[in-house]
Structures are given as C-alpha cells and as structure tokens.
Design a protein around this ligand. Structure first.
Ligand code: PLP
Length: 395
C-alpha cells in the first residue's frame, strides 16, 4: 500500500480519532525509521516514549521470537514464568513489593485507583476521593479521564465516575488546602508529559510525600511517561529521596509490546485479594517476555548512566538554541524528556523537522517535544540540533 491508499483506507474504515496524518513508517532499526517511500528518519519521539531502547532491539526481538515459538498465551488461571521473573526484577529495582500486570497505561492507573479505594474500604474507613493535578493526563478510560485534570478531554463523556478533585500542580499550598479526611490518595505525574513537559520544583515530590504522610493518604505516581528510563533513572521518583505507595508504568515497559503495570507496597497490595481485580491478557507470556528483556537491558550496569550523559549534551544544545532564537520561550528538560516552548504554533516546526528527516512531536499547541530513544549517540544528538537550528531559522 502506498501512503494515499493508506489515507483512503483509514478515512473509509477506521474510527476517526486521530485525524489525517502525513507519514506512515514501515520499518525501524535502533534510532532509525523508514517511511513508506523508503526515506530514512532519525526517531526522536520513540512512539511517545515507548521504544526507549530503539526499534527492534535485538534483546527484545530475540525474547519475542523465542516466546512466540514456545507459548503466546495462557490465562492468569496458571502461573506464567516470565511474569514471575519480570515482577522479581521490578521489585529488585524499585520500592515496590508487588506488581499487577495489565495492557496499557490507563489500565495501570485504573488498577491504582481501584486498589486505593479497596485498600481504604477494607480497613473499614472508606476514603473515596483521589486528588490529582490540573493539566494532568492519566488516560482515556472513564475513571482515568475523570482523574485527568483537563476539561477538554472530558467534555461529552459525562457522567464521569465521581471521587476526583484537582489541585494546582507544583503548588504545595493548593494540595494542603484540598486535603480532607476522605482523601484516600494523591495521584501525580512526576513531570507533566502531555501538558508540555512541566518539571516541578526539585523538592515538590518530597513535599507531597510529607503532606500525604501528615494526612495518612497514599501517594500514587503515574510514571507511564516518565518511567522505563525516560528521565535518565529507571523511574523518575528516583531523582528524589522519597518513594510513593503506588507506581504505574506502561509505554516503555515492553519497548513497543503493549504492557502496563501497577507496583505497590506490601501494605497497599493487601487491598486486592483473589477475584477482586483481573485481566485476560495482562501479564501474558509474550508481553512479559518482551518487558523482561527490556528491563534487563535497561538495568544493565552503565546503560542509564550513558543515556544521562547524552541527555545532558542534547539539553545544552537546546538551551543554546533558546539563547539564539526569540521564537523559543523556554526549554524544559528532565533526562531525555524535552519540551521546547515556542511563541507560536508548533506544527510548522514539526513538519520542517520531518522534512529534514527527524521525527519529533507536540506537547500542547506551542511546545515541541523530543523523546529520543535512550540509545542515541552524541553525533545523532548533534545532527538533530543542527537540523533544528536550520528549521528555527526559517520558522
Ligand atoms: N498517564 C500518562 C502520564 C500518560 O502520558 C499516558 C499516555 O500518554 C497515560 C497515562 C495513558 O496511557 P495509555 O495511552 O497507555 O493508556
């Protein structure tokens, strides 16, 4: 199929949730993508922070092929070896004592919301309210949409499940003022991803932890975008010296194979007992084999440290461009998450970068977002900076 046939086929037969697109990629390897005309691109978007190890990473591909030749699926009515191995690895590399596996970020957040409610119900003191942040993004299911502090995503989908209230992000007084005895948890992204890579003050998460502790509320961190190495640590909370009670991950966990997970402390885990939550596909042999290979690669000694070095180099380059061009308002960075806030619509710049052979994307109407794979080289970082320099010159 060529691009025009794909456009026509999509327009005719696919529910129009994504609108018209200008490209179709048909192959990927490492940091590179090829479109349907055979043109090569440097991928600095990673499928919105999914292919963090690059495309078709050999460790993941080998694990997938081996698993596909052995056993694709059995239900959670049986023990699943790679699921058990993945849980052990994630426990060893995080605060969490236990994990629940599902298929997506929204489902991981659903699990976090449900375990919070049930944890308090089981104690005999229901605390149904969860505080989330204005401008947050937590997913598209009804409950995660209710958790998402942005009316534009919610409009037309009412009635939404009750029990969510919103505070200002990065404003500890706003959180303090909203705390009440029926607040069961505070749920936050360590960096606002979809709302423009908003990085909070360095001590914000520690202050949130302290407020949660003061009010005996649970702290949920949505690391669906910030997790899986994206910020230069395996999970973004590791930049601080606090731990949450519940953590959600998805996106980069399987490097492109759909998988989500909710990790929590032993105490919180008691909120779910047999039969209270479940899923058909979640944690099946194929997706957990892929995630196990992904996490083994990412936690190998030196891997994240090397990524953090290139990350800082690219950030320095972006800041230099911010000094050079008035069209850049500011640059926001956390590890390999970059938001370049512009004075006008980002779309022409994304198109110009694609024209120059670089894939990047938006994070809101005026923010250019780079989410490069963690394997980029210094040379590739420099190549993208040079192309951005040229594109900004004509912007
Ligand atoms: N939470 C955050 C922070 C996200 O960035 C996203 C997706 O962009 C989600 C939740 C939803 O994840 P999914 O699209 O896998 O359901």
């Amino acid at each position: 199929m060529d691009l025009s046939e794909m456009k026509a086929g999509s327009a005719a037969n696919i529910v129009n949730t994504y609108g018209e697109r200008r490209l179709s990629f048909v192959r990927g390897e490492g940091t590179k993508l090829w479109d349907s005309t055979g043109r090569e691109y440097l991928d600095f978007f990673s499928g919105i922070s999914v292919t963090n190890l690059g495309h078709c990473h050999p460790a993941v591909t080998d694990a997938l092929c081996a698993q596909a030749n052995t056993l694709l699926h059995v239900s959670n009515l049986y023990y699943i070896e790679p699921q058990v191995q993945l849980a052990a690895l994630l426990c060893a590399h995080s605060f969490a004592d236990r994990w629940f596996f599902c298929n997506s970020g929204a489902e991981a957040n659903e699990a976090a919301i449900k375990i919070t409610r049930r944890y308090w119900a089981q104690k005999g003191t229901p605390r149904p309210v969860i505080l989330t942040a204005k401008k947050s993004f937590h997913g598209r299911t009804l409950a995660t949409l209710a958790a998402t502090g942005q009316p534009k995503y919610q409009e037309g989908f009412e009635p939404l499940p009750p029990g969510f209230e919103y505070v200002e992000y990065n404003d500890i007084d706003s959180l303090r003022a909203a705390m009440r005895p029926d607040v069961g948890a505070v749920m936050l992204e360590p960096v606002l991803g979809e709302s423009g890579i908003v990085v909070p003050d360095e001590n914000y998460l520690a202050e949130v932890r302290a407020v949660c502790d003061e009010h005996d509320a649970l702290m949920i961190l949505d690391e669906i975008q910030t997790g899986s190495g994206r910020t230069g640590k395996l999970f973004a909370y590791m930049h601080s010296d606090i731990t949450p009670d519940i953590l959600t991950v998805a996106k980069g966990l399987g490097n492109g194979v759909p998988i989500g997970a909710m990790g929590c402390t032993e105490t919180v885990a008691a909120g779910f007992t047999p039969g209270t939550h479940g899923t058909t596909f979640g944690g099946n042999p194929l997706c957990t084999a892929a995630a196990l290979a992904t996490m083994q690669t990412m936690t190998a000694p030196g891997f994240l440290e090397r990524a953090a070095e290139v990350a800082a180099h690219f950030a320095a380059g972006l800041n230099a461009l911010a000094d050079k061009y008035d069209s850049i308002v500011t640059v926001r960075v956390k590890g390999l998450m970059y938001g370049v806030e512009l004075t006008k619509s980002v779309n022409p710049l994304i198109d110009a970068m694609a024209e120059a052979g670089v894939v990047c994307g938006p994070a809101g109407p005026q923010v250019l977002r780079f989410l490069p794979p963690l394997i980029i080289s210094m040379e590739e970082a420099d190549e993208v900076l040079a192309k951005l320099d040229t594109a900004l010159g004509a912007f």
